[in-house]
Ligand binder design. Structure first.
Ligand SMILES: CC(C)(COP(=O)(O)OP(=O)(O)OC[C@H]1O[C@@H](n2cnc3c(N)ncnc32)[C@H](O)[C@@H]1OP(=O)(O)O)[C@@H](O)C(=O)NCCC(=O)NCCS
Length: 248
């Protein structure tokens, strides 16, 4: 099996791939899924959704298997009480990861030490009342009055940063979406501005934009406790072209 180095201190690896794959590729990935994942895949009404789910999970397993030094099918995944998938404690590694998918794209963040969350969204038209239902007062004020094109990008910047933060936090949607603020403005760096009950939150958390294909927006959040961290983009080609015949 080809091997990538362990992630390393202060680094978050970002992997990204297309979910629309050939039948032989999907079939190969299907073989890596656990019985629970296979069952989930069979429950989708539309075949395309089943294929995308299987591809997301299968390639996630293949990437994680490289860090863990096991076969993709042998990666043990558990979920926390709020549904966040994690490496099973029986594997005895501190590896952290999070997956997101939207339309035909998936992104995966992997690191050694910090709780992380990632989100990717395809930019689609939305009604302006959606922001008021999900965003804090400060966030709504920041995007109010923007022209439609700027509004959409600002909306998805805000959405993906909030979603990445929620996913890193690990409480899922039990965390009230108005209990924290993220920066939204194009000219400001991604940052957690406020978290109720935690005055150190802005220093403890790091937010990043994730490079995404045209028409998509992505963000990553990590609870680093103030430690410096950077994103490192990885390519599936690096590990799969020779031994798996998968194209990126
Ligand atoms: C499930 C949830 C964690 C993400 O849902 P989502 O944005 O629809 O989907 P994404 O593609 O970004 O993430 C889904 C993946 O996150 C992982 N995930 C599931 N539950 C999770 C949790 N509680 N925490 C972190 N990650 C989780 C899984 O790997 C899942 O993919 P899989 O089930 O296909 O393996 C949750 O936040 C949710 O339901 N969000 C709804 C959207 C919303 O209201 N967002 C408000 C933003 S302002």
């Amino acid at each position: 099996m080809a091997c990538v180095p362990s992630v390393g201190k202060g680094i978050i690896d970002i992997w990204s791939w297309s979910l629309d794959r050939s039948i032989p590729e999907v079939s190969r990935l299907w073989d890596t899924l656990s019985p629970e994942e296979t069952l989930r895949a069979t429950r989708f009404v539309r075949e395309r959704d089943a294929i995308r789910f299987s591809t997301a999970r299968g390639l996630m397993r293949m990437v994680l298997s490289q860090y863990l030094g096991v076969q993709a099918s042998a990666v043990i995944l558990v979920t926390n009480t709020h549904g966040k998938p994690q490496i099973g404690p029986s594997m005895q590694v501190p590896l952290q990861f999070n997956l997101s998918h939207s339309a035909d794209r998936a992104v995966l963040a992997v690191c050694d030490m910090f709780p992380i969350g990632i989100d990717i969204e395809q930019i689609r038209p939305i009604n302006e009342d959606v922001a008021g239902r999900f965003f804090s007062r400060r966030e709504c004020a920041a995007i109010k009055g923007l022209q439609q094109q700027d509004y959409l990008h600002a909306f998805y910047r805000c959405w993906t940063r909030k979603e990445a933060f929620v996913k890193a936090h690990g409480m899922g949607l039990l965390l009230p979406l108005d209990s924290f603020d993220v920066t939204v403005e194009d000219k400001l760096p991604p940052r957690l501005e406020r978290l109720d009950g935690d005055e150190q939150a802005s220093e403890s958390w790091k937010l990043f934009n994730v490079d995404a294909p045209p028409g998509f927006v992505g963000a990553v959040a990590a609870m680093t406790g103030g430690e410096a961290v950077r994103l490192r983009y990885q390519s599936l080609a690096r590990i799969f072209i020779q031994d798996a015949g998968l194209v990126t």
